[in-house]
Design a protein around this ligand. Structure first.
Ligand code: PEP
Ligand code: MN
Length: 263
């Protein structure tokens, strides 16, 4: 169902005023985790002002250690809805279990399935039945075939509003958190009809090369990018090293928009 041989034309997913896979690029930006009302509203206002349409922020956080910040849960989703409605943005947040679907559906526009849950098959089936748009992240060590088949689960279960996002894979390289597999972009575009995005923040795990990674993503044919932005990254409760502050985001954003690649 996801393959180009099944459907040759590009799938365009419209969520409120955002369009994925259409004629213009889409940017998803926001903090790694929703930490407070003030934090999210501050960053949302700056992003909206810059022209970003989709606001991200995690409420259910998949953390490596159980001692790390686990997210604000439903409280966080309520903050997300308030910020997105007040500022006029489309919202996206991660869900980790089928049991979170009904609640999360009341507060967010798009469900994110994180890298760690790319092959959580019960979750894939459940979001398939939910009818909400889904952003599916590539697993930490998933091949493109496994990634595509994970998306197939969602379509097979009745939901064709699926977007794919490359977020770097595990390799021996340590200078980046993950290795951005840029070849995934043309391959996913060639093999599927779904929108394809690139998460530069989780790929690189550092701030200094994000603009180059984003330009590479657009040059390779991506339909958009994801980038983490926090009003005060040093104090962030997760992913402090890779989140841009608002000034850094403005520089990044101008660089990308003036690159001649952004449409
Ligand atoms: C995220 O985007 O919030 C996240 C946890 O990323 P990933 O699942 O790609 O690690
Ligand atoms: Mn993060």
């Amino acid at each position: 169902l996801v393959s180009r041989s099944h459907k040759s034309e590009d799938t365009i997913i419209r969520v409120k005023h955002a369009e994925f896979g259409g004629t213009s690029h889409v940017t998803i930006a926001g903090p790694c985790s929703i930490e407070s009302r003030e934090q999210l509203l501050t960053v949302a206002a700056a992003l909206k002002n810059a022209g970003v349409t989709v606001l991200r922020g995690g409420a259910f956080k998949p953390r490596t250690s159980p001692y790390e910040f686990q997210g604000l849960g439903v409280e966080g989703l309520k903050i997300m809805k308030e910020a997105a409605d007040e500022i006029g943005m489309v919202s996206i947040s991660e869900i980790m279990s089928p049991s979170q679907i009904d609640t999360a559906a009341r507060y967010v526009d798009i469900f994110q399935i994180g890298a760690r849950n790319m092959q959580n098959f019960e979750l894939l089936k459940a979001v398939g039945q939910s009818g909400k748009p889904v952003l599916l992240k590539r697993g930490l060590s998933a091949t493109l075939e496994e990634f595509i088949l994970a998306a197939e689960y969602i379509l097979y279960n009745g939901n064709n509003q699926v977007m794919l996002i490359e977020r770097g894979i595990r390799t021996f390289e340590k200078w980046t958190r993950n290795t951005l597999d840029i070849s995934a972009v043309p391959l996913l575009k060639q093999e599927t009809h779904l929108p394809v995005l690139v998460d530069v923040s989780h790929s690189a795990g550092r701030k200094d090369i994000l603009l180059s990674c984003a330009k590479a993503a657009l040059a390779a044919g991506a339909d958009g990018i994801m980038v983490e932005v926090h009003p005060n990254p040093q104090a962030a409760l997760s992913d402090a090293k890779q989140q841009l502050n608002i000034d850094e985001f403005d520089t990044f954003w101008k660089g990308l928009r003036h690159s001649g690649l952004f449409k």
